[in-house]
Write a protein that binds this ligand. Sequence first.
Ligand code: C5P
Length: 237
Amino acid sequence: MEKRQELYAGKAKSVHATDDPDLLVLTFRDDTSAFDGERMESLARKGMVNNTFNAFIMEKLQAAGIPTHFEKRLSGTESLVKKLEMIPVECVVRNIAAGGLVKRLGVEEGKTLSPPTFELFLKDDAKHDPMINESLAETFGWATPEQLDEMKALTFRVNEVLKALFEAGGLLLVDYKLEFGLFKGQIVLGDEFSPDGCRLWDAKTREKLDKDRFRQGLGGVIEAYEEVGRRIGVHFD
Ligand code: C5P
C-alpha cells in the first residue's frame, strides 16, 4: 500500500489517497481546535494518542458487529481506512447532560438522561454545525429516512458497547458524536472515536477527562486522554 497525495486537511486530521481507490490514510495531527476552529493549538503527542485510542475503539466496535471504516493502524499517527462517501450529518447521543444541551435548554449539568437523547447536527463549520432533524435532512438531501434510521440504530448500539467498556474503567460516557458514510451502499461508521469527540468523566469524582479540558482551559489535556486510554486497556507507544 502506497500513501499518495493529500486529498483533504481537516482541523485535526489529514486524509491521503492510496494506490487502492477504496482505501485512504488518515493522519492524526497534534492540532487541536475548539469553537469551530476559532481556537487552535498544537498539543504534543495528541496525534499518536488519538490514533492509538481510535484504533482500539474501532476494533472493539467492529468486534461487536458494528461496521466501521477502520482497517488497521499503520504507524503512531496513521491509520488505513475505507474510503467512504461521507454523510454530512453528525449523530450525538447523550447519557448525562453537559455542553450544548445545558447551554440550549438550561438543564443542570450532570443530570442523568433517561432515556439517552439523540440529536442530529449538520456538519458545516461556517454555519456552526446547526442542529437539524430528520425532516430537514430528507428535504435538503443530506440523508434519506432509511439512512437516518440506520445511523440512529448504530449510534445507540455504539452506546451499549462503549458505556460498558468505559464503566469497567471507572468512567462515565457522558455524550459523543459519530459520523457515518457509505461504502458500496452500506452505512459504515467513519471519522474517529477519541476523547476529542466525546465526554468522559471519572465515575467517582466526575473529573472531566476529555476535550472539555482544552475548551475550558483546565490543562493536562493529553495526560487525561492517556489516563482514559490506560483505564480501558489502550497501550500507547
Ligand atoms: O457541544 P455538544 O454538547 O453539542 O457536543 C456533544 C458531543 O459531541 C461532545 O462529546 C462533543 O465533543 C461532540 N462533538 C464533536 N464535534 C462537534 C460537535 C460535538 O465531537 N462538531
